[in-house]
Design a protein. Structure first.
Length: 129
């Protein structure tokens, strides 16, 4: 078997795993009433869904924004891991998944940059065609 590394596939997988984890954690494992769970789910998943649209369409800006957003989920995971003793494991999972998402987005941007043709470093003199 020949496996080819695809940074885009890794980003989509990491984002899907993060979305599924947030859905499971904030939707079912938390000890809150229904309205609070729905609010937290919308606030946590909406940015991922919006950026996911641009990732699915393979837009360069989507990968950059995905990296920026991953830092926010990392900060939330670290905060939960250190503040809440009962949800420390859940915060650690979020930290791992957000680091995976950030690394994958960085790898995807690097791969895209290596695949694009670079402009000539020796431009023609002014006025010459």
């Amino acid at each position: 078997m020949n496996f080819r590394f695809s940074a885009r596939a890794l980003v989509l997988t990491a984002m899907t795993l993060l979305m599924l984890w947030l859905l499971l954690w904030l939707g079912f494992l938390t000890h809150a009433d229904r309205q609070q769970r729905i609010l937290w789910l919308v606030l946590a998943l909406l940015p991922l869904v919006i950026v996911g649209y641009f990732l699915w369409r393979d837009r360069k800006g989507g990968f950059a924004w995905c990296g920026f957003m991953a830092l926010g989920y990392f900060a939330q995971g670290v905060t939960v891991a250190f503040i809440s003793k009962s949800d420390a494991g859940s915060g650690a999972v979020e930290v791992f998944l957000s680091l995976l998402l950030f690394s994958a987005a960085s790898a995807a941007l690097r791969a895209r940059r290596q695949n694009t043709p670079q402009p000539s470093t020796n431009p023609r003199p002014f006025g010459e065609r």
